[in-house]
Design a protein around this ligand. Structure first.
Ligand SMILES: [Zn+2]
Length: 387
């Protein structure tokens, strides 16, 4: 107990030193709530939205617009919340991004933007079977709507302007976010930070229970203390930093922003056994974890909208030892569950060797570039072959 009180005093002292975002305001400000997240996920993953593709996708877009209106957020695309995505056939539309905004209060910072986003589309109904997409990505959309509610409620005016984006067509080659960056309503170099979440309601392989993975900080390392401080409020949760190059391909909507060197953070709990199956249902979402992750993202977004310097993009990625700890922990969880996950003998040997190497590196307290390259290539094989 004592140590906690002492920590509280430090946090307060720190907060008063950093203008714009403070412990006092955190104390008064609303936060994402488990019960609201649950009802949003349950609704979005219900048969009503037909797996959020085609007609079901249009219904989901309208639902997002209604939610944004209720929250008091304004339309992003001039006087519309919708950005139609043209189809190849002239005059036809193949999808629609949904966008809302809260204007910044600072005369000097209001032309800078923080984006909180999640794709809302999923796989629809296939051969008569519904693909609910509770984790992919109703969990991310629920987070985005809850963060929008918290930032739009007016208790604390964001200094920078904030954008909330529901991307369409993520499941078909990131088409919605690719269209957005080519037709952005604001210059992309005015985007101080782009935050996106894709699958934040379960765990990697169904076994890495405590972890949410965060990619992108390698280009903006100065935001790491924001993530660590926010995560430290949730003792059950671990925010594991990973370099985006761990994934061979861009796995979600951060891709088009990464390509344009817009500072981004991608949050995900990773692929799990229900991924892209009809079993991705609301009943098996870890709602306390989803609440913690949503609160971490809310804190980071709040910080970025505040009167603080947001770091510029750095092209030379910085990968800390913390990343080796994340890879070690995730690989250990998969390894410890190798029977359940039916991991093959070759991968088991590869994993146990890599775990030994990682433990030695972590004990030594430093990782070289070539060691990291070795670990990353093994991690890619494991991610590709085990999940
Ligand atoms: Zn997804």
């Amino acid at each position: 107990m004592k140590t906690r009180k002492f920590a509280g005093i430090i946090a307060l002292a720190l907060a008063t030193l950093t203008p714009g975002w403070s412990a006092q305001s955190r104390a008064g400000a609303p936060e994402p709530e488990e019960s609201r997240l649950k009802s949003l996920v349950t609704r979005l993953a219900s048969p009503e939205f037909e797996g959020r593709q085609g007609q079901g996708g249009e219904k989901a877009a309208d639902y997002l617009v209604t939610q944004f209106r209720k929250l008091g957020a304004g339309p992003l695309f001039k006087d519309s919340f919708l950005q139609p995505i043209p189809a190849r056939e002239p005059g036809k539309v193949q999808g629609r991004n949904v966008g809302a905004m809260v204007p910044g209060a600072s005369p000097t910072l209001k032309d800078e933007w923080v984006i909180v986003s999640a794709h809302y589309d999923h796989l629809g109904v296939r051969r008569g079977t519904l693909y609910p997409g509770a984790d992919d990505n109703a969990s991310g959309v629920a987070m985005m709507l809850e963060v929008a509610r918290c930032l739009a409620d007016g208790t604390e005016k964001p200094q920078r302007s904030v954008m909330f984006l529901g991307f369409d067509l993520e499941e078909v080659g990131l088409f919605g976010s690719r269209y957005f960056v080519e037709h952005s309503p604001v210059p992309l170099d005015h985007v101080a930070l782009f935050i996106t979440a894709d699958m934040i309601g379960r765990s990697l392989g169904g076994v890495c229970d405590r972890y949410v993975f965060v990619m992108g900080s390698e280009h903006v390392p100065a935001v790491r203390p924001w993530i660590e401080e926010a995560a430290s409020r949730h003792p059950r949760l671990k925010a594991g930093l990973l370099g985006s190059d761990l994934l061979l391909l861009n796995r979600s909507d951060y891709g088009p922003f990464r390509a344009r060197k817009v500072p981004y953070l991608f949050f995900s709990t990773g692929e799990n056994p229900c991924y892209h199956t009809p079993q991705d249902v609301p009943e098996t979402i870890d709602y306390p974890k989803l609440e913690s992750i949503s609160r971490v993202i809310c804190d980071v977004a709040r910080r970025a909208t505040g009167d603080v310097a947001v770091p510029r993009w750095s092209s030379s990625p910085d990968n800390p030892l913390a990343e080796a700890v994340t890879i070690r922990d995730a690989m250990k969880s998969l390894y410890d569950n190798r029977e359940t996950l039916q991991i093959g003998p070759t991968q088991v040997v590869l994993m146990s060797n890599t775990l030994r190497t990682l433990n030695a590196i972590i004990d030594r307290g430093a990782i070289t570039a070539s060691e990291r390259a070795g670990v990353v290539s093994v991690a890619r094989i494991i991610l590709a072959s085990v999940l």
